[in-house]
Design a protein around this ligand. Structure first.
Ligand code: AGP
Length: 612
């Protein structure tokens, strides 16, 4: 979902911009462009990959120490050179890059056309840059003031950076519901959609808040104002990111690297929180709200995509172990269905990026209705993390691959710890079971390592089913959401249609789909429902379906029945999703690879869906 990079300082801007845009590719885009000022304003923008832009600019004038860059994920106007950013005002003086959507752009465009502004693109962004010019010219204001006033007139989400061709020593940036980070370096200022283009130059950052406008001067001055023209204090933070996390580290893709990082990322999620000596779990964010959690009559979990699947596992964990009613909602549905909420409700938002527009909007609705809000987020300093009353980071590290893997297991690890902490506090499970679960949770990273070492059978299975047109994923209990997640992984990176179902649902319709061309991936790691899953597998085999079973080590019956079996180590049933989901990640990965798909940047997808 779009990416912004900008630079003002002592060094050449172009290398910083183009490298920064490459760091933002994982966010998803379909065109890219840069604008660099060095006496004259040079703008280069093209549909396609950043590499194509780089090839196009290779022989052109790219000198200058101030510039802005953008990767565009098309919303208004199809992907083409004209609609790519940066966009310029009619006079050519102001240039702007923009993430987000200006919802009232049509009305503003009509008014500006009457004033003589000419538009060349179909974008809302070009309307905004001309609105800024109109205000600047008609009221003779400095660019930062024209930007501020223009933003009081727009409705929607934006992260913008504005370049004034007559002010080569100044950049103006602003945000509303779309993230923007300012890096304060020894050699100048960096502005970007997240920390990835900034981290190699500086770790001193300011996370712009909603309705803030920042003016950056070449002499090192930085001034932040609210949209109401109130000067804001400067809160400089340390960027919690390491450069090597942004490299592939020898892996062929970020997704494969991140799948194999799960031993480390799950360990990081538990570090300082799970204490084996004392058999305790400490979650700062939960501690802050413990009285609320103790008296809660209902927890509502909201999220999208993979995060919603993690939320479903959270429902099974919390209701099974903590005995608090849980509802899991798609954030996009929750925000529009006028839900009933009270002050006693706790709304838990799960989000890797912490920037998903639907999840953020659903949270805002929850807060308006008086509920307490709690975040389970990966990206430190993200909008959801800063908006919620309290929360916990999953500490999975940057997840660059669009398909979520280590963030998913991090979310489930966090939910497992939260459930155990609350179950102990509310005394809803026996001491013995609590002890067994916490010891089993501590063993999970070692068992993940075992799963990750057993990839050979998975590659072979991928070869066998890579040309399937459809696939079904079946699971029961804790592993029903794992079936949904496995199906999503396959869909989003290999483009094979896949559906996840509760295994018992087969006979209510989907079994009609079974034939010798239909692979069924059955997660059969539930001791409590083993016989039932066995009969599900028999039903499928009786109709010639191809069965790939995820089984516990040493399993015989289902392994015998299935065409292929992938073993995972034994663990307590509530923790099996942490292990069962990994072979499904790898299966999708290898199938997508064999099909020649771009696993890190699947078509049409963005890493962070910051627009509706
Ligand atoms: C999962 O592989 C997808 N990338 C997508 O479903 C993602 O989980 C969803 O967009 C939610 O993103 P978030 O966790 O950053 O809020």
């Amino acid at each position: 979902m779009c990416g912004i990079v900008a630079y003002l300082g002592k060094n050449k801007a172009y290398p910083i911009l183009i490298k920064g845009l490459k760091r933002l590719e994982y966010r998803g885009y379909d065109s890219a462009g840069v604008a660099i000022l060095n006496g004259q304003l040079n703008i280069y923008k093209k549909r396609g990959k950043v590499q194509e832009l780089e090839n196009f600019v290779h022989t052109k004038n790219k000198s200058g120490s101030i510039g802005i860059g953008h990767t565009r994920w098309a919303t208004h106007g199809k992907p083409n050179d004209t609609n790519a950013h940066p966009h310029v005002s009619s006079s050519g003086r102001f240039t702007l890059v923009h993430n987000g959507i200006i919802e009232n752009y049509a009305v503003i465009k009509e008014a500006l056309e009457k004033l003589g502004h000419v538009f060349t693109s179909d974008t809302d962004t070009e309307v905004l840059v001309n609105l800024i010019e109109e205000i600047h010219t008609s009221e003779q204001l400095p660019v930062e003031e024209a930007v501020r006033i223009a933003l009081t007139k727009v409705v929607g989400a934006y992260a913008i950076v504005v370049l004034d061709a007559e002010n080569p020593n100044k950049l103006v940036a602003a945000r509303q519901s779309s993230p923007l980070v300012v890096g304060i370096g020894a050699d100048g200022f960096y502005v970007a959609s997240d920390g990835t283009p900034i981290v190699e130059y500086t770790k001193k950052v300011v996370y712009l808040k909603d309705e803030e406008i920042v003016t950056l001067h070449r002499n090192g001055e930085i001034c932040i104002k609210s949209i109401d023209n109130e000067v804001q204090s400067l809160f400089i933070q340390e960027l919690e990111m390491e450069l090597e996390a942004l490299e592939k580290g020898g892996y062929e893709s970020f997704m494969l690297k991140e799948i194999h990082e799960q031993t480390k990322s799950i360990t990081a999620c538990m570090r300082g929180r799970l204490n084996l000596e004392e058999l305790t779990i400490h979650l700062g964010g939960v501690q802050e709200l413990l009285p609320k959690f103790m008296e809660a009559e209902r927890l509502i979990i909201i999220g999208c995509g993979t995060s919603w699947h993690a939320g479903l596992i959270g429902e099974y964990l919390i209701e099974d172990l903590v005995r608090i009613p849980v509802e899991v909602e798609y954030a996009s549905e929750f925000r529009y269905r006028n839900p009933i909420l009270t002050e006693k409700d706790i709304v838990i938002a799960i989000s890797q990026s912490g920037e998903t527009a639907d999840t953020l909007a659903a949270l805002k609705l929850a807060k308006e209705k008086g509920a307490t809000t709690f975040g389970i987020v990966n990206v430190v300093g993200s909008s959801i993390a800063r908006f919620t009353d309290a929360g916990c980071y999953i500490h999975a590290g940057p997840e660059i691959g669009v398909a979520s893997t280590k963030a998913f297991t991090g979310q489930v690890t966090l939910l497992s710890m939260l459930s155990l902490l609350l179950a102990k506090e509310r005394k809803t499970i026996s001491e013995a079971y609590y002890k067994s679960l916490i010891l089993s949770l501590a063993e999970i990273p070692k068992k993940v390592e075992i799963v990750l070492k057993n990839t050979a059978p998975i590659k072979d299975i991928a070869n066998q089913i890579m040309n399937a047109s459809n696939a079904l994923y079946l699971g029961r209990g804790y592993n029903f959401p794992v079936a949904l997640e496995g199906a999503l992984k396959l869909k989003e990176i290999s483009y094979i249609h896949a559906e996840g179902y509760p295994a018992a649902e087969m006979k209510h319709g989907p079994i009609a789909l079974i034939d010798e061309n239909m692979p069924l991936i059955v997660i059969a790691t539930n001791r409590s429902a083993y016989e039932k899953v066995t009969s599900n597998v028999q039903e499928v085999k009786a109709r010639k379906g191809i069965v790939i079973a995820i089984v516990l080590q040493g399993d015989e019956e289902i392994s015998e029945l299935a065409d292929y079996a992938i073993e995972i180590p034994e663990t307590e049933e509530p923790l099996t999703p942490l292990l069962a989901s990994i072979p499904l990640q790898l299966l999708s990965y290898h199938i997508a690879n064999l099909r020649g798909c771009n696993v890190d940047q699947p078509r049409n997808l963005a890493k962070s869906v910051t627009v509706e």
